[in-house]
Design a protein around this ligand. Structure first.
Ligand SMILES: [Zn+2]
Length: 177
């Protein structure tokens, strides 16, 4: 049985607006960091999750929260490397963290910083106790909207002189009447 389709909320609209931008960020960074690891994954999904930044399934599918697009680059790198390393170490063992450290030796600092972006209420927002400063920081991370494929508009060329003269004549004719 189909459930009636809900009207898109502003939260959904935000997700739809930035999803492909987030996907581009994820793919570029996965390719970059995987030069070091050489792992293989199957699919990458960009989701609008409420309580998760990213995950790696046992079927080697990677999932990322679209809000990765709003994080500073160093935290995007941390998330990408973290999920990449789960392709080899499906846990948070010392072996896993050693793998992360190959790319990001200062990972504990990055992990701590990411923890400050907690899931308050139903959406992924800065923790309430940091509300003021972090909210401002959060907003400053907003990237420019992904422009999408370039649309080239055809501009109809009007011979400049003929057009101007014609318009003037028309204008004068109207005035004369
Ligand atoms: Zn993990």
């Amino acid at each position: 049985m189909r459930t009636p389709r809900r009207r898109a909320t502003s939260r959904t609209q935000h997700y739809l607006r930035y999803k492909e931008y987030a996907r581009a960020v994820v793919h570029v960074k996965l390719a970059y960091w995987n030069q070091l690891y050489g792992f293989r994954w199957r699919r990458v999904a960009i989701r609008n999750q409420r309580t998760c930044w990213g995950s790696c399934s046992s079927a080697k599918n990677l999932n990322f929260n679209y809000k990765i697009a709003f994080l500073p680059a160093r935290l995007q790198d941390y998330l990408i490397v973290h999920e990449l390393c789960h392709l080899k170490e499906f846990n948070h063992s010392p072996a896993f963290w050693a793998l992360v450290a190959r790319a990001l030796p200062h990972w504990p600092q990055l992990k701590r910083e990411l923890d400050r972006y907690s899931f308050a209420g139903r959406s992924l927002t800065p923790a309430r106790h940091h509300a003021g400063a972090l909210r401002r920081a959060w907003l400053s991370y907003l990237p420019a909207p992904y422009p999408g494929p370039r649309v080239v508009r055809r501009v109809r060329k009007i011979p400049a002189r003929a057009g101007v003269r014609g318009a003037k004549r028309g204008h004068a004719a109207r005035r004369r009447r």
